[in-house]
Design a protein around this ligand. Sequence first.
Ligand SMILES: [Zn+2]
Length: 263
Amino acid sequence: MNALRFYELMFTNHPLPLLLCSLLLGVWALSAQAEGYYIDPVSWQIRAYDHNATAPLALLTIDDSPHPASTEGFLALLERYDLQAIFFINGYRIDSRQTEVLQRVAKAGHLIGNHTWSHPNLTRLDANATTEEIVRLNRWVETHTHQRPRYFRPPYGLATPFSQAAIEKEQMVNMGWSVNSYDYTYRDRNDTEAAAAIAARTLRAMRDGGIILIHDHPQSLKALEGIIEGLLKRGYRFVLPQAADPSVRALDSQPHTPDADRF
Ligand SMILES: [Zn+2]
């Protein structure tokens, strides 16, 4: 029997094999899609593609990095718990020692996010200055860490049409947050009690899929262990999103709602 005859027999006269093939393809497509996590830009939550996944999810984001007194501590703590996070960095904070630390951050599997070069209020910048703030940092990250930032977090949560245009050109998406640790409100009290208060506040606010905002600062580092311990006890899994899927990218690239009250 030649191939054509076989094809005729299998598919023209009998629709069942064709149906089976379609079914198998469908299952394969579904299982391929089940991998990984994406960001819901309405609620700023991280979600699993696999709707059967039951463990509550957390995404840890660390802003205003690096810091000479805490970035290495964050790195060590995350390594101890085998967790990954996104470090949203500012170019002006980087010196030669911090360059080496950020290279270790990237090597450890954490994501380097773009938080602008000099942490300006973007609502006061024109298109050129905004682009410079974003692109200059991206080029630095690419040159020194071999990562390309996929996520942008505007300082003070204030995105603008200029920043939106710039990040789209850089093939990045905005990243907001849904669980604010408010760690910056405790800066004048650098003690263990303040660290415990930051942790308690974060744990109280945490919901499934929460994107946690803390800052690269020695006091926040003290609070982070309590946050991690508390969430692991409640069954949370810390995960990173993938924005490679074009449909996710389209979802992710909705403009961030400005909220001057948040960092
Ligand atoms: Zn910031």
